[in-house]
Design a protein around this ligand. Structure first.
Ligand SMILES: C[S@@+](CC[C@H](N)C(=O)[O-])C[C@H]1O[C@@H](n2cnc3c(N)ncnc32)[C@H](O)[C@@H]1O
Length: 237
């Protein structure tokens, strides 16, 4: 795993954040050092996915990045449970890392596709972790509706998002910065990365996310995870 030093030096121009080769190579280090309880969330997602998995159905991870969630599922599931998995991502660089990480697990199939356009065939569980907040609102709704329509009754979506916390936003942001400092990011790195993400990541509030998921058809929407301004929703058809 490469160390994330992308924003370490002072940059003349800060371009909008992209999931390019540089980011893919350092992604696992970056996400563990910049997203509170990332590892804990991944462990929980793997447990939830196995719990809600139905025989003959497929577990999808849309925007799978380096394949961490599917890797955890494959590694920790009971041996007797057979699960087919599809990891989908637009970034060939992310998928290269994912394929390498999961090379011992032939039950995982990685596909380079735009999740907004691709068909989701025979899903039982659909995972979307820290992906929706990069899309414009209309596209978030279109994707959630497509997921809802592709699931059978009882099918599950696990949706994790960075959220906007109306009243405590400033406090949570400060604590989030502190988390990054504790994980050896400098103030300059934090500032430059924030600037890069400014135009590409738009969080909704907890309530807005919950309403959006309900509006796309899901009857049951509960929270399975929250740490500061990061939240995981479980939605059941
Ligand atoms: C923050 S990362 C996701 C992290 C990952 N889900 C995890 O649990 O570690 C966002 C990912 O979404 C992918 N992505 C963005 N837009 C996409 C799209 N339209 N279709 C497929 N993947 C997309 C990016 O390439 C990137 O790998």
């Amino acid at each position: 795993m490469q160390k994330d030093e992308i924003y370490k030096r002072k940059l003349k121009k800060i371009s909008t954040f992209r999931f390019n080769k540089e980011v893919a190579c350092a992604f696992d280090d970056m996400v563990n050092r910049s997203v509170p309880l990332y590892k804990g969330l991944q462990n929980l997602l793997a447990k939830l996915a196995v719990h809600f998995h139905k025989p003959d159905k497929i577990i999808y991870d849309l925007g799978c990045a380096t394949g961490e969630t599917l890797y955890k599922i494959a590694k920790n599931k009971p041996k007797k449970v057979e699960i087919r998995m599809v990891g989908m991502d637009l970034s060939p660089h992310m998928l290269k890392v994912a394929q390498y990480k999961c090379s011992n697990f032939p039950e995982i199939n990685f596909v380079e596709e735009d999740t907004l356009k691709a068909d989701i065939v025979n899903p039982g569980v659909v995972i979307l972790t820290y992906v929706l907040h990069f899309f414009e609102i209309k596209k978030r709704k279109a994707l959630l509706s497509k997921i809802f329509n592709s699931l059978e009754t009882g099918g599950v979506a696990l949706i994790s998002e960075k959220i906007h916390c109306n009243e405590l936003e400033k406090d949570f942001m400060k604590l989030h910065d502190l988390f990054k400092i504790e994980h050896r990011y400098s103030k300059l790195e934090i500032k430059q990365k924030k600037k890069a993400l400014e135009k590409s990541l738009t969080p909704l509030s907890y309530e807005e996310n919950k309403k959006m998921i309900h509006d796309c058809g899901f009857q049951t929407v509960e929270t399975f995870f929250q740490c500061l301004n990061f939240c995981g929703f479980i939605a059941i058809k």
